[in-house]
Design a protein around this ligand. Structure first.
Ligand code: NAD
Ligand code: TDX
Length: 348
């Protein structure tokens, strides 16, 4: 079936991987990438696919009702994969309102417009909302987040994502808008903006700068290779059940300090430095306010119902990620100039 799909936030980290997968795997689909190109959006992420005939880029803001309405009118979308968001927890602590605007209002504008355009015929329509495991709050030493776990967001970022999830389900129940949500764990891989732990650490180790570890480094995250998240989105978009939530994760938990130690060993090897050199850069800094202790996703439903599973072991994915950063120096230079410097100064 030929489809017209709106992907929001396609110039960002995960979005660019989703756009790349869809335009190359589905030559019959028209893929429209809508992105405001904030500090996190970068069309250099899509240089390899930008000239494909089934791909179009539209610059615009998801909170701009008139623009979104005009876009739906122009393309008559039958699917939306919504990734556009403010995504960094530390920035949400500095400026919560920006997160409420984009993540809550922006999602509501998209839902409302989809509802308007799809109201007479919802057949073969789908609003797919990409969300995070952070909506479930923080775990102790044991247990997992399941699709039925009660929401308990604790940062302005996770509160804004939780709110957007609630609006998606409200539109499903109230207006019968066909919708699906997935909640994924921490992603890593190429094109990840270097404000986030893994690319920040790679960048700093390479440049012999301190690697900041918050608190004692005991917080635990469940890491998934970004291409595996994109594959999960593809699977759920095509095979998921309307009105359902799917958790996506790698069953791959790491304490931050252990992860950074592993990364230091990989970097020593790749840079030809004596073992132990990079680890000397580890610097414990003030903890993040309200720092969630542990996230762990149970992705059994997605595996059992739709057959998805991660394709890579963490060490292999991390090596591939390091290789990408070491051979894409120009990309890193571009994204770490200008505004990034100001943000980085304010952080420490
Ligand atoms: P990102 O910050 O790298 O990219 C976000 C993109 O959205 C950027 O291209 C940005 O320009 C765009 N954008 C921001 N505000 C916009 C607006 N008002 N209008 C239009 N475009 C706008 O984020 P990411 O890490 O790729 O995350 C993508 C989505 O996946 C987010 O919804 C995030 O909550 C979710 N998610 C991320 C992770 C993760 O580990 N990174 C894990 C689970 C879920
Ligand atoms: O410099 C750092 N030092 C450090 O110790 C940074 C940037 C982070 N950390 C810690 C905080 C977290 O425990 O590392 C862990 C990972 O931090 P981030 O990379 O900022 O990710 P996190 O806060 O876990 O959120 C990410 O995963 C879920 C994404 O940014 C979210 O968009 C996603 O929803």
């Amino acid at each position: 079936m030929k489809r017209r799909i709106l992907i929001t936030g396609g110039a960002g980290f995960i979005g660019s991987h989703v756009v790349r997968l869809f335009v190359s795997k589905y030559p019959d689909y028209q893929i429209v990438n809508l992105d405001a190109l904030t500090y996190a959006g970068n069309l250099e992420n899509l240089l390899d696919v930008k000239d494909l005939p089934n791909y179009v880029f539209e610059k615009g803001d998801i909170t701009d009702e008139a623009f979104i309405d005009q876009l739906f009118g122009k393309y008559q979308f039958d699917g939306v994969i919504h990734l556009a968001a403010e995504s960094h927890v530390d920035r949400s602590i500095m400026d919560p309102l920006a997160f409420i605007k984009t993540n809550v209002l922006g999602t509501a504008v998209l839902l409302n417009t989809a509802r308007k355009y799809w109201k007479d015929n919802v057949e073969n329509k789908l609003f797919y909302h990409v969300s995070t495991d952070e909506v479930y709050g923080s775990l102790g030493e044991e247990g997992f987040f399941h699709e039925t776990t009660a929401y308990d967001p604790r940062s302005p970022y996770s509160a804004s994502k939780a709110s957007s999830d609630h609006f998606v389900m409200a539109y499903y129940h109230t207006y019968h808008l066909p919708a699906i949500i997935s909640n994924c764990s921490n992603n890593y891989g190429s094109h990840h903006f270097p404000e986030k732990l893994i690319p920040l650490a790679i960048h700093n180790i390479k440049n012999n700068k301190p690697v900041p570890v918050y608190g004692k480094g005991e917080n635990v995250r469940d890491w998934l290779y970004v291409n595996d998240h994109a594959r999960a989105i593809d699977t759920i978009f095509h095979k998921g059940r309307i009105g359902e939530t799917y958790n996506i994760g790698g069953f791959n938990e790491w304490k931050n300090i252990d992860l950074i130690q592993l990364l230091c060993r990989i970097m020593d090897k790749k840079l030809g430095r004596p073992e132990g050199t990079s680890a000397q850069l580890i610097t414990f800094v003030k903890d993040r306010a309200g720092h969630d202790l542990r996230y762990a996703i149970d992705a059994t439903k997605l595996n059992k119902e739709l057959g998805w599973e991660p394709s890579l072991q963490f060490e292999e994915g991390l090596e591939k990620t390091v290789d990408w950063y070491l051979s894409n120096e120009e990309w890193l230079q571009h994204v770490t100039s200008g505004n990034y410097q100001k943000y980085y100064q304010e952080q420490y």
